[in-house]
Design a protein around this ligand. Structure first.
Ligand code: FNR
Length: 397
């Protein structure tokens, strides 16, 4: 049992008044360390981390982060596909020195795992996106900032020590979209990731049941009109559908992708691909990368697992641009499997939120470090000393 800080203060105030502040601080540091050790013993993997986060979060926030659309078939499938795939490991390979690093859009990252764009980080922890971007920097990887962030893009960029990409939706109001792109470019983001699987919000019934809303004081600050920026408003409604429908446009087509590209010098990556023809078309329309993604199973339910469609999408792209994958990556071994099937790198969505909810920046660092260690071990066990030796023949049914 760690001593309760209040109790220490009372005892110290009574007995050693001069040294009390120092002792109190040391006791607090010790109790925090103890809490971290307990957490480390409890959290062996990302599935454990989710359990700890679940205990800490209010039900409405946990459900918002965890839920998928309709019957959540795709949510389960994203995981099941990773579990189905078998590894045909190589033996008698020198794997005593392993290199996990890779290069994406000309930037070296320490491991092939990016932070996927996810909304409302302050719903998980008061430090919100600042904690996340600091953890990404420390891990030497890229954070993709959601346009639904609860911290402004400028503040995030000030805290960034590694490249940050910005995710956006093409808004009904094209002038708004154009202004946002200019703002993001001026703030120093290195790429745009346009999400294309959202003509409408998918229906997440847990949110509807909970009447999901942002608590007072939180807002999607990048989307406020410039004269309201900095002010804090509450955006609420029964689920995402009502609260944020104004920021989507069900009429968006490939022409709008061309238009978006014409606005900016930044590379544009297309997120939300599930078919080979759309993968090919994205590249034909000048995409600098694609993300094989079903939005973490939050949009079209019964869409196939991303891992299952990855090989055909990667084949269609044929090495012209990087191919990312997200959805259900929870083990370092999953990263190996995705790379074997043609991904350049993967993204993680919910695990970052679980880390954030558990312990802010330090919790996010725990999440990425757990994955790094697992991926490193998976490489060794598969007989791969670096990413270029991860080939398709390593995996199968
Ligand atoms: C998301 N995702 C998402 N995608 C996007 O393009 N813009 C966004 O604002 C969000 N917001 C968001 C919130 C929450 C709570 C979740 C869980 C997901 C989808 C995200 O980028 C990614 O595709 C998935 O999260 C990947 O799946 P896993 O790793 O969460 O299983």
């Amino acid at each position: 049992m760690s001593p309760a800080p209040e109790r220490i203060r009372t005892d110290l105030q009574g007995k050693v008044p001069v040294a009390s502040e120092t002792i109190l601080n040391q006791a607090l540091v010790a109790s925090r360390l103890l809490a971290k050790c307990r957490l480390a013993m409890k959290v062996l993997n990302l599935l454990d981390l989710e359990q700890v986060a679940k205990e800490k979060l209010p039900q409405m926030a946990y459900d918002y982060f965890a839920s998928g659309a309709w019957d959540e078939v795709t949510l389960r499938e994203n995981r099941a596909a990773f579990e189905r795939l078998k590894v045909f490991y190589r033996v008698l390979v020198d794997v005593s020195r392993r290199d996990l690093s890779t290069t994406i859009l000309g930037r070296k990252i320490s491991l092939p795992i990016l932070f996927a764009p996810t909304a409302f980080h302050k719903l998980a922890h008061p430090d919100g996106e600042l904690a996340t971007v600091r953890a990404a920097g420390k891990a030497g990887t890229i954070m993709v900032l959601s346009s639904l962030s609860t911290t402004s893009v400028e503040a995030v960029m000030r805290a960034a020590t590694a490249p940050v990409w910005f995710q956006l939706y093409i808004n009904k109001d094209r002038k708004f979209t154009r202004d946002l792109v200019a703002r993001v470019e001026a703030a120093g983001c290195a790429a745009l990731m346009v999400t294309v699987d959202t003509p409408e919000w998918g229906r997440r019934e847990r949110d509807v049941r909970n009447q999901f809303h942002l608590p007072p004081g939180l807002a999607a600050v990048n989307l406020l009109p410039s004269n309201a920026r900095g002010k804090i408003i509450s955006q609420s409604g029964a689920g995402m559908g009502q609260a944020f429908s104004w920021m989507l446009d069900a009429s968006v087509t490939w022409k709008d992708l061309d238009w978006l590209r014409s606005l900016t010098k930044l590379p544009v990556i297309v997120k939300g691909i599930c078919r080979a023809d759309d993968a090919d078309r994205s590249v034909e329309h000048g995409a600098s990368g694609i993300v094989v993604s079903n939005h973490g199973a939050r949009q079209m339910d019964t869409a196939p697992a991303t891992l299952d469609v990855l090989p055909r999408c990667a084949d269609a792209v044929a090495g012209r641009v990087p191919v990312l994958l997200d959805g259900g990556v929870r083990r370092g071994l999953d990263v190996l499997k995705a790379l074997a099937l043609g991904a350049t790198a993967v993204q993680i969505g919910r695990p970052v939120l679980w880390g954030l909810a558990t312990d802010g920046q330090s919790g996010v660092e725990t999440a990425i470090n757990l994955l790094r260690e697992e991926f490193d071990l998976a490489l060794a066990l598969a007989g791969c000393a670096n990413l270029s030796s991860i080939t398709r023949d390593l995996v199968g049914g």
